[in-house]
Design a protein around this ligand. Structure first.
Ligand SMILES: [Zn+2]
Length: 89
């Protein structure tokens, strides 16, 4: 399965079918995996030193215990891409 379509934008079916780890790796987000299987990373939406963003493969959702941002894989990827665009322009 390819990550990008002809327009070089991320393929929605790729986003929905891969695990969180692959999405985080794609965007260069460092994460740790808890023994429960939950992935934990620094929040993308606020500055922090202790990771409070949690990702669950079972539900496909994320939640930040620092700023209460939450959603699914599509909303996460959408946020990250628009954030990257803000940084570029
Ligand atoms: Zn946060």
């Amino acid at each position: 399965m390819s990550r990008t379509d002809k327009n070089n934008s991320l393929d929605i079916s790729w986003i929905l079918n891969v695990q969180w780890a692959e999405i985080l790796r794609h965007f260069g987000v460092r994460y740790t995996k808890r023994s429960t299987g939950t992935l934990v990373a620094l929040c993308y939406f606020h500055v922090e030193k202790t990771p409070s963003m949690h990702f669950w493969d079972k539900s496909g959702r994320f939640h930040c215990f620092g700023c209460a941002k939450e959603g699914n894989k599509l909303t996460y990827v959408g946020h990250v891409i628009s954030r990257k665009r803000e940084l570029l322009f």
